[in-house]
Design a protein. Structure first.
Lengths: 190, 577
């Protein structure tokens, strides 16, 4: 099997590490060779963060480059646009419509480009947009944005629903399992 | 057992399964997790040392005592530990000793891009370099054997992409720790000239023996695919080569970058028409290959800057780049910044407002450099704020005193104390601000000697910063709450006006600590807001302008109340922390 490349992008603090942990665990249990590359340290402080997840029969590079990603899961709109260049021309962009202003926008040194998703759609990018923040709140916590998005993205993987739920049970702290399962379902059925 | 492990966890498990008994480290991205994971084992001694030099010397002592020991640090940490390293090369070891060092090509979280392989060459010690988590585990474990076999400390070089990438590892049985006999041996362990002069030839002989070993060791491997192109590579670059070129080229993968083999490389080169070296950062392997008289393509095609990828390799071999689409709009940067409620913010606001020259240091507070606060003037290395300020003031003697140093609690323990001694002893009228947030913040919340807890979270001796600063010779020591802007302003003005050295301790725990109780989000009464944007000057990620009025993001605000103190119109409402 050819290597599949997934990217999880967002803003430091949005919970992308848990999402990649979940996905990594699931793919390993499915018997794939898996590599997950994360960013720790300074950029986590509210900066732009990216995690690469690659799986297949034999994976060499832990990172993804331009035009290589099969799926990008974006936790924030601007970050979706920032990393869109990594997507294959027939790749899938799953994006949370939440808008988090970066400091240059907050202090008025730059404009937040509201129309980026329309621009990408116009260029033929397959954009699946959803309001994951509202769904996460519905599940019980704004912090569950990550799992809502994984639920939505799950349909792009050839892995049965039950396996995803099992991976949540194995990854998340016991007291948050039910809330995260609900968040996953809300994303999955969106 | 097959597990998906992050590189640093694989190193930790490799060291543990290799019979490790003692580990001492100072945190530094991307090396921190090695020691954090090791601290989870109850049957070994693990600790955070005040700095990397101490950590390396602790590991030396444990090795001398007969135990297998390790220390871990980031690349710039090895600069601090370089002093013991160079002479450890002469003494050698009793129990095996491994020094893990993690480089950070592309500077994801570092102040420079130095290549640690230079240290292995300069100190004449062997270095291993894994290319994935499986090798990180195997090499860490094997490093102890190598260390004892050749009587030398062994460097284990990681880089960000290996340290922070997860891949599949099959772990093996643990070698149970053994405490070897300790025998007094002054000629080997007391490095005064008469002894050291007899140890240097031993080091040279060892390097010769290790070079011989490198010719046929398990760390260096050849993939002969019958190609007339040969690539010598190592670490993550190997993965990029394989991803881009697969089995279409011959590959010599170097897992031991020091010392490098001679015949293995010559024989590999003899089978191909074109020879490449693909290595990140400096041309270490390439230089060695050239000294063997071989023609090679290296840094002219593969930059010494930053990280590579499979695309770097593909492009160098003439492959077309992948197609992709981009949005038309400009995409604003999203630089890292101080968190909402960060206790450093109020202090930096005060310094910026008073137009103070600020010597910065290494930690979260380096983010005080980012607009709109733009409050820093320099950042060099751990501890340099204090000593740099002293020099700055020595050079500008008599000029208006408008300069301070800012340094975190952990960084002050690491190497700020000695600078403060110098301020007192050599008497410059300097003001040092210790940003005491009760934790080592940037590397992800590690305990340090000022927090009162050890690496396992158990209560420990706690350094009294006020008493320490006084003991070092500073008479004026005061504590402020950085959430109280008026108090900060008064303290900064008074200490700058004082005619003797002083220390301000800005004390408030990191808002991300689980022990900190935050308040509900504040809100803006839009009818009271006069759109003066004074609150925007804080650079708080929770405050923005919305429809012409200040607006607080309720998902981010923790109610620190600093913005509330700034608002002249009482438009910011709510109960503060």
């Amino acid at each position: 099997m050819k290597t599949t490349s997934v990217m999880i992008v967002g803003v430091g603090g949005q919970g992308s590490l848990l999402a990649s942990k979940l996905l990594g665990r699931l793919l390993t249990d499915e018997g794939f060779d898996v590599k997950v590359s994360e960013v720790h340290g300074m950029s986590q402080r509210g900066g732009s963060v990216v995690t690469y997840v690659r799986f297949g029969d034999k994976v060499y590079s832990p990172i993804v480059t331009d035009g290589e990603a099969d799926i990008i899961i974006a936790f924030e709109k601007l970050e979706a646009a920032r990393y869109a260049r990594y997507l294959k021309t027939d790749g899938q962009l799953v994006v949370n419509t939440q808008q988090i202003d970066p400091m240059p926008v907050i202090i008025g040194a730059a404009q937040y480009p509201e129309v980026v998703l329309d621009e990408l759609t116009a260029k033929g990018v397959q954009v699946e947009a959803l309001d994951a923040l509202t769904l996460a709140r519905e599940a019980g916590s704004a912090k569950a944005v990550n799992i809502v998005l994984m639920g939505r993205a799950a349909k792009n993987f050839d892995i049965p629903y039950d396996k995803w739920i099992a991976a949540i049970e194995n990854t998340v702290a016991p007291k948050f399992v039910e809330m995260n399962k609900k968040a996953f379902d809300l994303g999955y059925n969106s | 057992m097959k597990k998906l492990l992050i590189g640093n966890r694989a190193v930790a498990e490799g060291l543990y399964d290799g019979g490790l008994s003692v580990v001492s480290s100072y945190p530094g991205t991307p090396s921190t997790e090695i020691t954090e994971f090791l601290s989870e084992y109850g049957d070994i001694h693990s600790e955070w040392a005040p700095n990397e030099k101490v950590a390396c010397e602790v590991a030396f002592g444990a090795s001398l005592a007969g135990a297998r020991s390790a220390c871990a640090m980031k690349h710039v940490g090895l600069n601090v530990a370089a002093d013991p390293l160079f002479t450890l090369s002469y003494t050698g070891v009793n129990g095996g000793m491994v020094i893990c060092v993690a480089d950070d090509p592309a500077m994801h979280s570092s102040q420079n891009e130095q290549d640690s392989r230079h240290y292995a060459i300069a100190a004449k010690v062997p270095m291993l370099e894994p290319a994935d988590s499986a090798e990180a585990y195997a090499f860490a474990k094997a490093a102890f054997e190598l260390s004892e076999q050749f009587d030398t400390p062994v460097l284990l070089r990681m880089c960000t992409r290996i340290a922070h990438s997860q891949s599949v590892v099959e772990t093996e049985e643990r070698v149970m720790p053994v405490l070897k006999e300790y025998v007094k041996d002054p000629a080997k362990y007391i490095m005064m000239p008469g002894n050291a002069i007899r140890r240097h030839p031993v080091v040279e002989a060892r390097t010769a023996a290790l070079t011989e070993y490198a010719e046929n060791c398990p760390f260096n491997t050849v993939e002969d695919n019958g190609s007339d192109i040969g690539i010598i590579t190592s670490g993550c670059s190997y993965q990029y080569v394989k991803e881009a070129l697969g089995d279409s080229v011959n590959v010599l993968k170097i897992g031991m970058p020091n010392p490098l083999p001679v015949n293995l490389i010559k024989e590999f080169a003899a089978k191909v028409k074109t020879l490449y070296v693909i290595e990140e950062l400096d041309p270490i392997i390439e230089t060695h290959v050239r000294t063997l008289g071989l023609d090679v393509i290296g840094k002219e095609k593969f930059s010494p800057l930053g990280e590579f990828s499979q695309a770097t390799v593909a492009a160098a071999f003439g492959k077309d780049a992948n197609a992709f689409a981009t949005a038309d709009s400009d995409i604003p940067n999203r630089p890292p910044m101080m968190c909402a409620g960060c206790p450093h913010r109020g202090l930096f606001y005060t310094l910026a407002k008073n137009k103070v020259t600020v010597m910065g240091d290494i930690g979260c507070y380096t983010l005080g450099a980012v607009p709109p606060l733009s409050a820093l003037d320099s950042t060099l290395c751990m501890g340099a704020s204090v000593s740099g300020l002293h020099g700055f003031n020595a050079a500008r003697d008599g000029a208006d005193k408008k300069s301070v140093a800012v340094i975190g609690d952990s960084t002050f323990m690491h190497s700020g104390m000695t600078g403060l001694v110098n301020v007192a002893y050599n008497a410059t009228n300097s003001t040092v601000i210790i940003l005491d947030n009760s934790i080592t913040g940037m590397t992800g919340h590690q305990q340090n000697p000022t927090t009162g807890y050890n690496i396992k979270g158990d209560p420990a001796a706690k350094v009294d910063l006020e008493a320490l600063c006084k003991a070092l010779g500073i008479n004026r020591v005061r504590v402020v709450d950085p959430y109280d802007l008026k108090e900060c302003d008064t303290a900064v003005k008074e200490e700058l006006a004082a005619e003797e050295p002083s220390v301000i301790i800005s004390r408030r725990p990191c808002v991300l600590l689980k022990t900190v109780k935050t308040a509900p989000s504040l809100t803006v009464a839009a009818d009271k807001c006069k759109s003066c944007k004074r609150c925007m000057g804080l650079g708080c990620p929770a405050i923005r302008m919305k429809d012409g009025k200040a607006d607080i993001d309720t998902t981010l605000c923790v109610g620190c109340g600093v913005c509330k103190q700034l608002c002249a119109f009482d438009a910011i409402e709510g109960v503060t922390m």
